[in-house]
Write a protein that binds this ligand. Structure first.
Ligand SMILES: Nc1ncnc2c1ncn2[C@@H]1O[C@H](COP(=O)(O)OP(=O)(O)OP(=O)(O)O)[C@@H](O)[C@H]1O
Ligand SMILES: [Mg+2]
Length: 184
């Protein structure tokens, strides 16, 4: 696999959902898509756009306490997992996501980087970072990112659903060419 990747900046949650919808058009049954990013980066927001584009009806909410949610979609089942709370990779393995998607469906795995070794083949890795996030995979553990300099005018609206501030996100897509091309 080549190291091809594409990076886009999204100005709002709606823009993040729109990028996810474009990626969903590239999805095929059997694909595992990893969603990597710090707390509140926008992984679940991304999952919402991806799911809607695959025809999932109804709300897609964080699977933090359920580990995996399953929605019928036009590629079979969409599995949405959040493995952040799992302490041992064996627990991720026990979920059997790889085998489940092989039968029919697509899996979106939040916080997927750490779980990658037990997930088997990954079709696409999506990294979402907030302004001021350090590094490429994790977020900053403590507090909000530092604000922009006062002379830069950025959109600071709040999300009507969550009250969270709308700020740009950097979304980097790596993996199968069809995914990279979907956002390039
Ligand atoms: N450009 C943006 N793209 C995505 N989300 C944004 C953006 N700007 C602000 N937000 C807000 O950031 C929050 C992202 O929350 P979300 O639950 O999607 O993150 P997460 O990565 O799944 O978090 P967790 O680590 O808790 O699972 C939402 O409240 C969303 O409205
Ligand atoms: Mg989440």
């Amino acid at each position: 696999m080549s190291a091809a990747s594409a990076t886009v900046t999204t100005a709002s949650p709606a823009a993040t959902r729109a990028v996810a919808a474009r990626l969903a058009e590239a999805a095929r049954p059997g694909d595992v898509v990893l969603l990597v990013g710090g707390l509140g980066a926008g992984k679940t927001t991304f999952a919402q756009g991806f799911a809607a584009a695959l025809g999932v009806k109804g709300p897609v909410t964080s699977p933090t306490f359920t580990l995996v949610r399953q929605y019928p979609c036009r590629l079979g089942q969409l599995l949405h997992a959040d493995v952040y709370r799992l302490e041992h990779l064996a627990e991720v393995e026990d979920l059997g996501l790889g085998e489940l998607v092989e039968e029919d469906g697509v899996a979106l795995v939040e916080w997927g980087d750490a779980a990658a070794p037990v997930l088997g083949a990954v079709a696409c890795t999506v990294r979402i970072t907030r302004p001021g996030d350090a590094g490429t995979s994790g977020g900053t553990a403590a507090g909000p990112a530092a604000g922009p300099p006062a002379d830069i005018d950025i959109d600071t609206d709040t999300d009507p659903r969550t009250g969270a501030r709308t700020e740009p996100r950097t979304v980097t897509v790596e993996g199968e060419r069809r995914y990279v091309e979907a956002v390039a």
